[in-house]
Design a protein around this ligand. Sequence first.
Ligand code: AMP
Length: 555
Amino acid sequence: MATDSAPTQAGSLLGLMQDDYPLTIKYILDRARTVNGRATVASFDGEGLTRATYREVGDRVDRLCGALTTLGVQPGDRVATFMWNRQEHLEAYLGIPSMGAVLHTLNLRLFPEQLQYIVEHAQDRVVIIEDTLVPLLAPAVAELGIVEHFIVVGDGPVEGLTGQVHRYEELLAAAPESFAYPEIADDRTAAALCYTSGTTGNPKGVLYSHRSTVLHAVGECMADTFGICGRDTVLPVVPMFHANAWGLPYSSTLTGANLVMPGKFLQAEPLAKLITGERVTVAAGVPTIWLDLLRYADEYRPDLSSLRVVPCGGAAVPRVLLEGFRERHGLNVVQAWGMTETSPLGAVAHAPHDVDEAAAAEFRLRAGQVSPLVDVRIVDAEGEPMAWDGEASGEVEVRGPWIASRYYEDPTGDDKFHDGWLRTGDVASIDDRGYIRITDRSKDVIKSGGEWISSVDLENELMGHPDVLEAAVIAKPDERWTERPLACVVVRPGSDTDAEALAAYLSGRVAKWWEPDEYVLIPEVPKTSVGKFDKKALRARLESGELRGAAGDQS
Ligand code: AMP
């Protein structure tokens, strides 16, 4: 009998499915404006909310693509954005990749030299920029002469911008109503570019494809990750320049979840008001944001009852945060692990169903259970895979359909990739259910007397002290032990908690030899451009003698 199936080389049979149906952001755009056309995006400007339906957003995306084409944007060109989370940013997210160009989200918290490097490296021809942010970008890129067009969102001043300057709304109004989208037959085509915050060397570009972005969006809709669905109202507190706001704009438009965009208003009070007012069901951000909200919620008791899940990641989530929200506010803060290079979803820490509450609390403290379709392992110093026994500790490596295979035009980063795996630089153990327990970044590890001390665990314990607002533990060089832990601690204003009290508090909570030798009380832990504790900055302060001096006074 004749068969339609083609045999493969190995004699196995190829499936007869439409495997070459491309997974594209254009599909997400089409679905957003039709099936999900009634869902809305609401953007907060400090006073009120501007709302649009996804159908209206789709119409504006057509005009945006027409306008960009008129400005000369071709498939493959990089179009940058320099904006907070708002409707126009969503339009860029959906439109730029759909027209075959590459959405490049610039991190507006970077230093001018870094921005300059990134704009030049990416060769951004066009930048869509929020008017209030013009003074941040203009000095950095004025002399580069690379950006041909700035498209300004808002009516504010545009002094300092070189090249041609346009107003977003005027461009859209003048653009044709419809746009003939190119066919993106190969879904491996580049869709978006995001540079890592780069703690060492130059920032590195992660170039997402249509396929990786769509699969990642679907990944976020699984119940075992965040379960984003059409009944959700999603508040991405994580900025759209940080790993594509963790993919939430795409999973929300794919499913028809409403989006609430907080703009630059990332403080506890406006966030709490948005959650209450918009009945937000999913709010995602880094731990520093939620620590603030927890303090606010403890004091003012806002109505946060609409939240079904609060994804929190980008850095280790302290126990006080998970338990504080859970016990005092009945909220489900769920830890997640990922990197810009992993799109970022890599692991999510829902507790298993077959353990008691005490054990569940420990599972929630882990970085997470490796997400479906992501493959993980830990390796020793020789690169040999290690056991998943919850004990052995090694560097985490990952691979999968939304994991980077190399950096964009930067061979200096090639050593992060080998044999199809990405080296994450995180040190962890994995248990037999695939739960990852991160003890440190490899460069933050404290090596004392040949043994590792987990800065993450020490910070967690310290932040459990009722008067401690923030704690970051770094390695201090030590003649005898190579390194010893130094704790940099921020205490509640007015509190008289000192080094002695902290040492007494930790005693018995961690192994004796883990206890920090010194405590330095500082007014604030420095933060990176994406809001994480900046240990590199703390180490630099230590090296310059700044922290040492303070330690002498305190301990
Ligand atoms: P970025 O690419 O800026 O998002 O940084 C990625 C890095 O953040 C990871 O390699 C981890 O070191 C850290 N990270 C992210 N999520 C977690 C987590 N849940 N626990 C500990 N570290 C995390």
